[in-house]
Design a protein around this ligand. Structure first.
Ligand code: SAH
Length: 342
């Protein structure tokens, strides 16, 4: 079995090259090729002697995932479909913002959490991604960009529940924020979770990242109806865990709240949400439900959404309505399935 070089940290890369009889500094050189110069193959690494490149090619692999489809939405959002070596597929979404790009990466093929509104949930969990398969989404999308340095933000918000694939996700984050790796600022990496409390606690100790919680309801009955994980980790415990989470400097926790007509969109729900979050520094992202076939729920009308937001603002929360991007190519939140569409 070849070693997946994109899943190694700098120490492990050095160990690999030293084990192959090369000097340790070659490890740094190789990482520069991979992360800064975005090399596609060992052959591209032209300042390594030919014999080294041949040896590396024999022992290590540069391509754990293969890009098989690229779609561009009317609004500029881009969706990438990748095939993994065992044939399963995942998706990543590149989102243009005012002055930078954000890449939304997948952490699992499929998902086991079973949230009622999410398309990824319908397929169940296929498997966890390896660190290299998470990191390579970033590298391969950068390779296809005209100005790869403009991808400054990463959100672990694609397919899967990142905290259910804890070790691989933490390793990938470390590689992505390492200055000898992809060199992202840890302030610009956000992990989104449905609320796996033990792993949230561990995460705060292991890495510095922003945390987003998919809340979607302010009472246990509604949340358990929408998100089965709430039966295991109910709201009171979740909020306690949020209070304890050590955020990067002066950052706020983000709470995602999908608005679903007749389910969680009443004025009383907004007020309950304010009560629930009253002890936290919180930013609330309101996401009108994105529909997909087979979903018997719909987003509320805009006036209802605006009213909901107004109540949050009156209560001094930071709240925004997150415009859905890439709807026409099924690239919006909860629409990723890893299948060929369109
Ligand atoms: N498992 C993680 C990350 C993946 S879901 C989590 O739960 O946070 C990413 C975001 O998409 C979550 O905030 C989720 O609430 C949202 N989402 C899922 N399905 C959606 C849908 N149909 N419409 C709008 N947002 C959705």
């Amino acid at each position: 079995m070849k070693i997946d070089i994109k899943g190694l940290d700098s120490r492990e890369t050095e160990d690999l090259v030293v084990g192959l009889g090369m000097e340790a500094f070659r490890g740094r050189q190789i990482r520069q090729w991979i992360f800064k110069r975005l090399a596609c193959s060992f052959e591209d690494m032209t300042d390594l002697p030919k014999s080294m490149r041949a040896l590396l090619k024999e022992r290590a692999s540069m391509g754990p995932i293969e890009k098989i489809k690229h779609q561009v939405s009317e609004d500029g959002t881009e969706k990438y479909l990748f095939r993994l070596s065992d044939g399963v597929s995942i998706e990543s979404v590149l989102i243009p913002e005012k002055d930078h790009y954000t890449l939304c990466v997948s952490s699992q093929a499929g998902c086991a959490m079973g949230c009622r509104f999410c398309l990824t949930a319908k397929q169940g969990l296929k498997r966890n991604l390896k660190p290299s398969e998470i990191v390579d989404q970033v590298i391969q999308v950068k390779q296809s960009m005209d100005e790869p340095d403009r991808m400054t933000n990463i959100v672990l918000m694609g397919m899967g529940e990142p905290l259910a694939n804890y070790d691989a996700v933490v390793k990938a984050i470390r590689i992505l924020v390492s200055d000898e790796g992809a060199n992202f600022s840890h302030r610009k990496v956000t992990l989104s979770t449905c609320g796996l409390i033990p792993q949230m606690k561990q995460l705060g100790q292991d890495v510095t990242v922003n945390l987003a919680i998919s809340l979607n309801a302010a009472d246990d009955t509604t949340r358990s109806f929408l998100m089965p994980i709430n039966k295991k980790y109910p709201l009171k415990d979740l909020i306690e865990a949020c209070k304890d989470f050590p955020l990067p400097n002066r950052r706020m926790l983000t709470f995602e709240y999908i608005l679903i007509e007749g389910v969680n969109d009443r004025n009383a729900d907004a007020r309950e949400l304010c009560n629930l979050l009253s002890s936290l520094r919180a930013k609330i992202n309101l996401i009108p439900l994105n529909s997909h076939t087979g979903l018997n729920m719909s987003p509320p009308p805009m006036d209802k959404i605006l009213k909901f937001m107004e109540i949050l603002l009156e209560n001094h929360f930071t709240a925004i309505i997150r415009k859905s991007k890439g709807n026409d190519i099924l690239a919006a939140c909860g629409q990723l399935s890893g299948t060929h569409t369109c």
